[in-house]
Write a protein that binds this ligand. Sequence first.
Ligand SMILES: C[S@@+](CC[C@H](N)C(=O)[O-])C[C@H]1O[C@@H](n2cnc3c(N)ncnc32)[C@H](O)[C@@H]1O
Length: 234
Amino acid sequence: MPKPKNVWEEFFKDKKHGGHRYSSEEFLAMEAREKLFHLDGGKTLLDFGCGSAELLTYYAPEYEKLVGVDFSPSMLGEASKRIKKKGCNNIDLILANHETLWEKLEFSFDRITAAGVIQYLTLQEIDKFIFDASRYLNRGGKIVLFDLLDSRLYPLWKVGLFSKDVNCLKILRKAGFELQTVVLASIKNRPKDILGFAYHPNKIEKIASKHGFKMIYVCSMYYEYKYHAIMFRA
Ligand SMILES: C[S@@+](CC[C@H](N)C(=O)[O-])C[C@H]1O[C@@H](n2cnc3c(N)ncnc32)[C@H](O)[C@@H]1O
């Protein structure tokens, strides 16, 4: 692939893990079980932004064929090792981004999913992603976007409202720190945070319905400030 053209591609180019709340296999297995419940069957699955396949390898026993896509070479390197270690011989990996992936696919899917990825796309990119995904979705298929940042809850999480030892002073301190980070990032022209990429579920639902999908959303079981968007043909 050509050299990184967006800030997130640069950010992830040498990352090796998906940044789950806990990195233990016990936790990843729990997260994957929740996600498999919402994926709710199908025989073929595309995981966009699969990272190091921390969830994908748990999906593998439930599907005939899986494809993981990511624009980070280091993530895919780790994914490859993990897939080998876990003996999942039904997974293919593709190095691509949200635009280039479609021309590299050889078949369509019963499930198209992404976990913790949508916050790196703008609303226009999400719109285009859903349009493209709809063309690669089999009849009766679902697009299931996991762990989108909820614009109502993410700022509260950022200032520590959900932490165990919350108090007013800590909230004020954290709010001050976050403000300083945003201001400094603006001055230095660096990405401020993914706060700007947290979306109200209604905005995602509007995009889904524009492309002929019904959408339901449910709270994420393991992340208080995230939700899952489940789309299926109306
Ligand atoms: C937070 S990690 C989550 C990884 C994985 N889904 C998981 O849950 O373990 C986000 C992943 O999305 C990938 N990613 C972000 N934006 C992308 C894009 N536009 N195209 C392809 N991959 C992308 C990153 O490289 C990274 O591996």
